[in-house]
Structure formats: structure tokens, C-alpha cells
Design a protein. Sequence first.
Length: 313
Amino acid sequence: MSMLHEAISGDPDGFRFNFMGEPGVTTASADQASSEAVAIEVNARSQISRESIDLDEVCVHPELTLLKRRLTSEDAAELLGESEVSDNDLLPGKYEGGFKLWECAVDLASFLSQEWQIGMRTGPGPMKGPSIAPTMAGKKVLELGCGHGLPGIVALINGAEVHFQDFNSQVLMGVTGPNIEANLGALSGEVQQACGSPRFFAGDWEGVGRLVTKQRSGATYDLVLSAETLYNLESQEILLNCLTQALCPPHGEAYLASKKFYFGVGGGTAAFRKLVRRQGIFECKTVANVDDGISNKREILRLSFPQSIAGYF
């Protein structure tokens, strides 16, 4: 229990961030700036009109189709200002793959839409909204490493306030924001009013974890979502620390969609389970398995606090 309380309490000194108030950032002090990662809030809404971009339909499951911006590798390189993106999904320290729609993100969006019984259609006229009243209204959701943001968009449609985080601000402005505008714009006005509101944060997970901890009174989350983020052993530990800082005990949960193994880099769900057990804060359970016979086997993990801690909060 002491480990849990230590993990969620945070350090009251140092880095400060205006996370839940007016958009902006208070920078780290001079002696911290070089050693602490910083996250910033980004205005990624209404940057690009729906009519000016090409959109693809993504069938999340038979009753749910979402829209995403279509980008070539050359488009991504131009948006990021890095020619190497044309030939690489990842550039350590520069780019973390956010312009590409990864299959585990579709897995997670599908899982959530089925859990929440959300069904929509494409075709003439406005898209239908949730098949039931939004069940996430008033809830706070964080999508880490969001890229195209499809899982977070499902949460928005279900009424949640969703904060989208990606390493690159260009990803948030180039695909996440436009995808949100396209999907919400396809809904009828009445359904749009029931949707939640988005905010956008650029930076790495260490910076996000710090800003959440320092503003803990208003910046913890009911649900954290993440897809294709367990590929690297070193980043797994950073991600787990961020989850520990972000989730609101005792009922906060995280859903992580990942391949079971990432060959050649050591990551995957098996390695992450071992890390979670070693840390000793969360319970970890597989809630979905995906095996299409084409790509690597995939899973969705649910992290939650032990029921035994409920009496302490």
C-alpha cells in the first residue's frame, strides 16, 4: 500500500503546468529545463477544413465506420519537416509514428465501441450517433501516443472529455485534429451536442506524467487509452510511470492495445506484464485477443487498481 500511495502522491516541487486552467504552459525552472521533459498544449482544432483534405473510411466494426485523413509518406515528411519520415515509421527523438494508422489503434477503437454499444453508419445524410445514451459523459479520458486518435474519438462520441497526447505537435495538428473535426462534423447536430470536448498536448510521456502529478487535484483520469506503445522495453517503463501518475484511484482504468511480441526490439504485452507485476501497483488482465492470421497476434490489456484499495479513498 505504501508503494501505491507513494506513486500517486507526486513531488510537490519543481515543474508546473497549467493543465486544467487556461491553455498554456509554465516552463520549468532554469536548473530543471535541461533535465525534465516538457509537454505543451496545442490548438489542433479547426486548423484544416474537412473539404480541403482527402478522407478514408475505417471500418472499426460492422456497425461503426470512422473517418481519417489520408496522407502519403511525402505529405507526412512535409508536415514534420523531416525528409527521413518518407522511409521510416520511427525516428528516435524526432518522430514516433503518429502519421501512420496502426492496426492496434483500430483494435482498441473496435473494442471500445462494442463495450459502449456505439453504432454509426456512413452514407447520405448525417451519421447516426451512439445507439444508447452516452455512458462516458462527465468522465475524463487521456489517449497517450494518439496519432490518428481513433480510440479517443470513440470516447468523444460517447460523451467523454478527451485529452489527446502525441510526441509531435505536427501530428496533432495534421491528423488528430482534422480527424476529430471530420468525425464530429459527420454527426447530426443533436448528437454532436452530446459529444465530449477534446484538448491536445504535445510532448513525451515523462512530461505528461509530471504535469498530471503537479496538478493532481484536477488532472487525473478515469480512463487512459493507448495503442502500439509497448514496442520498446525502455519506453514501457516510462509509459507505466505515466499511467501511475495519470489514473485516478481507486476506479481509474487503462486499456492498452499491443502486439504480443515486437520481434527485434524486445517489446510486447508479455514484457509489459512482467513490468506491471514487478511494479506492484496495477492488476493486469487480457480483455481481448486478435488473431487475423496475417499479422502478429495482438491483445488488449486492462490495467486497474486492486479492489482492496477502495477503502483508502
